[in-house]
Ligand binder design. Structure first.
Ligand SMILES: C[S@@+](CC[C@H](N)C(=O)[O-])C[C@H]1O[C@@H](n2cnc3c(N)ncnc32)[C@H](O)[C@@H]1O
Length: 117
């Protein structure tokens, strides 16, 4: 970790932990303005909300890369995008924007949201 800091990335540190369990790195991470998540997991919006509930400041932002094929290969990506967005809404996040990442990344979308309180 010290080596990465020495390489000039003074505001980036690796955390070797499972993002599905945000309580496991509560001793390392402080409150943040933005949470960005881009992981190949079946419950991506839930993982983002679980982390943002703990770490993102009031009215802070969340950025979710939805990787539709990592969630359900049998469904149309648009259906999966909607499902993940609905998870964020149900968890109290306001959706500010959603952009399809095609043709740069197949079946991917980026969602920007905001924590309500
Ligand atoms: C598409 S890559 C992300 C690339 C990253 N945005 C970047 O620019 O380097 C997906 C990453 O999610 C990580 N990942 C998958 N499940 C995870 C989990 N439960 N906790 C933490 N990371 C996970 C994988 O190890 C992989 O590095």
């Amino acid at each position: 970790m010290e080596k990465l800091v020495d390489q000039g990335r003074k505001n980036v540190i690796p955390i070797l932990a499972d993002a599905r369990y945000p309580e496991q790195y509560v001793h390392i991470v402080k409150a943040v303005d933005i949470a960005y998540i881009d992981i190949a997991q079946p419950f991506q919006a839930k993982i983002l909300a679980d982390n943002a509930d703990v770490y993102v400041k009031s009215h802070g932002y969340v950025m979710l890369v939805i990787k539709a094929m990592s969630i359900d290969v049998t469904k149309e990506p648009s259906e999966t995008f909607k499902r993940e967005i609905d998870v964020l809404k149900d968890r109290g996040y306001e959706i500010l924007d959603m952009v399809h990442l095609e043709p740069y990344d197949t079946a991917h979308a980026m969602v920007i949201g905001r924590k309500s309180s």
